[in-house]
Design a protein around this ligand. Structure first.
Ligand code: FAD
Length: 341
């Protein structure tokens, strides 16, 4: 008998707010598709889990994004996010369907929900993962053991964590770490309604009012072109902004620039900032510390400008300019303007 008899499939928590599904759920479904394709002998499916109120009609979107099946818990107590009711429901879903692994976005909601559910189930959870693989050597024994990698020791090392003794194997993954597959509206799948059984319907915490955060300026995670300012460009941020503007993109910054008070934390890229994956990232006067690289290395094209030929940023750049940003940026801007004519 297999060690984890009855446990199967990769489940993904599909986070929604006010009926709008967060991209991270679709990113995780796309990655889960790749994982199940790497173990065809296990016959696993990708299952989306959608919680909320009046959200059942969203299940088809989840299927179009790659899920084979969607479990929907549509209940008035799940209207807004409640740790208590969401954790109750998710725990019951996992106990009922026995997923082999369960992936959640490392969003504010996911970071609150996933550990609570893992603790209730006595399951292992790897938080803030940046890479997920399956140990192919274990597949012959009928096991789909996840190898989950995350930054550790302040981002100086990457650790790969396994949870071999319990199921489901749980992980939270930051938004923008994985790419999202194109939508396929011709896909078909199964939608299963799940009715949670709340033992206690008295909310321990009552949310009186939700005040949406006012995002000042541009959301860099949604930009297709980013020009990153590092400490080496602190005295010419106007030039960085001008190049970003010419390219129809936005400026972002390293933590050094934020800590030095030249940029807002909202535009910080990296391990303690945002993860971005634009089609073009121009790093200006950025050394390429691993904590910065962790937030932008998945960009399609990386161009680095740095006066130090040994700077780490060149090791991940597709193209580099060795020189002073103050000399190179104006030339770059001129070239862009000329190319647009
Ligand atoms: P520096 O390291 O000071 O590099 C400046 C670069 O500019 C150098 O390579 C230099 O050669 C070049 N330069 C200088 N002048 C010029 C010029 N005129 N023309 C061209 N090049 C020039 N960092 C982040 O960015 N994001 C994070 O989220 C983040 N999280 C962290 C979390 C932890 C736990 C820790 C410990 C650190 C974190 N850091 C983060 C900090 C990170 O380790 C680096 O200190 C930081 O990224 C350095 O920023 P920088 O490259 O802009 O500055």
């Amino acid at each position: 008998m297999a060690k984890f008899e009855g446990y199967k499939d990769i489940y993904v928590f599909v986070e929604q707010r006010n009926g709008e599904i967060a991209n991270v759920g679709y990113e995780l479904i796309s990655e889960a598709r790749k994982l199940v394709a790497s173990i065809p002998q296990m016959g696993f499916q990708v299952v989306g889990v959608l919680l909320g109120h009046n959200v059942t009609d969203k299940a088809n979107d989840v299927i179009a994004h790659g899920a084979d099946k969607v479990i929907v818990a549509d209940h008035e107590l799940l209207e807004g996010y409640s740790t208590q009711f969401y954790a109750d429901t998710l725990t019951q879903i996992i106990e009922t369907y026995k997923p082999d692994s369960f992936l959640t976005g490392a969003t504010v909601l996911g970071r609150d929900l996933a550990p609570r559910v893992a603790a209730r189930l006595n399951a292992g959870l790897t938080a803030d993962a940046t890479k997920i693989e399956i140990d192919q050597e274990k597949v012959a024994d009928g096991e789909a053991l996840l190898l989950v990698t995350r930054p550790t020791f302040g981002g100086n090392l990457f650790g790969t964590i396994v949870c071999p003794d319990t199921r489901p194997q749980m992980a939270t993954i930051r938004p923008n770490v994985f790419s999202m597959d194109p939508v396929d509206t011709t896909r078909t799948g199964e939608v299963v309604a799940f009715t949670p059984d709340f033992k206690d319907t008295d909310a321990k915490v009552v949310v009186k009012e939700v005040i949406a955060k006012v995002v000042e300026g541009i959301d860099i995670t949604k930009c297709d072109i980013l020009v990153g300012a590092g400490r080496g460009a602190e005295d010419c941020l106007d030039m960085v902004e001008a190049v970003a503007e010419e390219l129809g993109g936005a400026m972002c910054a390293s933590r050094a620039v934020v800590d030095d008070g030249f940029a807002s934390k909202d535009i910080q890229v990296g391990q303690t900032g945002k993860t971005v994956r634009p089609s073009l990232y121009i790093a200006c006067g950025i050394s390429g510390a691993c904590q910065h690289v962790a937030g932008m290395e998945k960009s399609d094209m990386i161009i680095a400008i740095n006066r130090d030929p040994q700077a780490e940023i060149f090791s991940i750049a597709n193209m580099g300019f060795i020189g002073d940003v103050k000399e190179i940026l104006p030339l770059l801007k001129e070239e862009i303007i000329a190319a647009k004519k």
